[in-house]
Design a binder for this molecule. Structure first.
Ligand code: TMP
Length: 253
């Protein structure tokens, strides 16, 4: 069988040409990176978990009328997605101070914010994805004012949906990142949620214990990342059909 064409390879995913025009196959790798890829590891089972979790969130968003690029999951590691024109921004929504915001403002991690706060970073690995104000985005033409208004509305809907789903399983959605793409219908464009939504791109804290259930486990060496993601999947009832990652046996004294 002819090898399919790779369109793009990122740090955690690969895009292949899809079976029909206007589609891609998105493959989830087991690679984990942090601090702009200064830290790297291969975490067995992570790709399988993120494929399932992103399917779960994107499907749920579709069901409440938030458009996404997701078409269907193909297998353990791959999903069929719509080809979109990516807007070169990371859209970050924060409910509680953590990570770079906590550091920048000297806030204690977990401090509740007065309202959800949205910020933008330019997607540029060489520059380390710098935070950019709306003024830059519009002046440099990365998105229009109308796009930004639509992106903010989408991001807040994703936040309400994700916060509610997570709250239902005892998890606090501290913050998350989404990416947005344009889909063209003739001369008209609409914006859709693209990339992935998974514990790689969210901060998820257990409500009771405050335990981290997201990529901070890897960034900060807090334990086994696949165990944390498996716990999120288990609570949401999204366990992969085949075992991907067996938690390590616990030593009983
Ligand atoms: P930050 O506190 O490091 O700025 O991250 C905020 C949120 O955005 C956190 O949930 C992690 C996510 N994020 C990504 O998914 N990719 C990135 O490149 C960055 C900088 C953050």
């Amino acid at each position: 069988m002819a090898r399919r064409k790779k369109v793009y390879e990122g740090k955690a995913k690969i895009l292949y040409e899809g079976p029909e025009p206007g589609t891609f196959v998105q493959y989830f790798k087991d690679d984990a990176t942090a601090y702009n890829a200064e830290k790297h590891a291969v975490i067995e089972g992570k790709g399988v978990l993120n494929n399932r979790l992103s399917e779960f969130f994107m499907t749920g968003l579709g069901q409440i009328g938030v458009p996404t690029h997701f078409i269907r999951r193909l297998n353990m590691r791959e999903q069929l997605i719509r080809q979109v024109e990516m807007i070169p921004l990371e859209v970050i929504v924060r409910n509680f101070a953590a990570g770079s915001m906590a550091e920048r403002l000297g806030l204690e991690e977990g401090t509740q914010l007065p309202r959800p706060i949205i910020e933008f970073s330019l997607k540029d690995d060489a520059l380390g994805d710098p935070m950019v104000p709306e003024e830059y985005i519009i002046a440099f033409g990365w998105a229009t004012q109308q796009d930004l208004d639509d992106i903010v509305a989408l991001a807040l809907r994703v936040n309400d949906y994700m916060s509610g789903v997570m709250h239902g399983v005892g998890i606090k959605l501290v913050d998350f990142k989404i990416e947005v793409g344009r889909v063209w219908d003739g001369d008209y464009q609409r914006l859709v949620i693209a990339d992935e939504i998974s514990p790689d791109s969210c901060r998820l804290w257990d409500v009771q214990s405050g335990a981290r259930l997201d990529k901070d486990v890897f960034r900060r060496d807090l334990g086994d990342l696949a165990d944390a993601y498996t716990e999120v999947a288990r609570r949401l009832g999204v366990m992969p059909s085949n075992a991907t990652h067996m938690p390590k046996p616990t030593l009983i004294n």
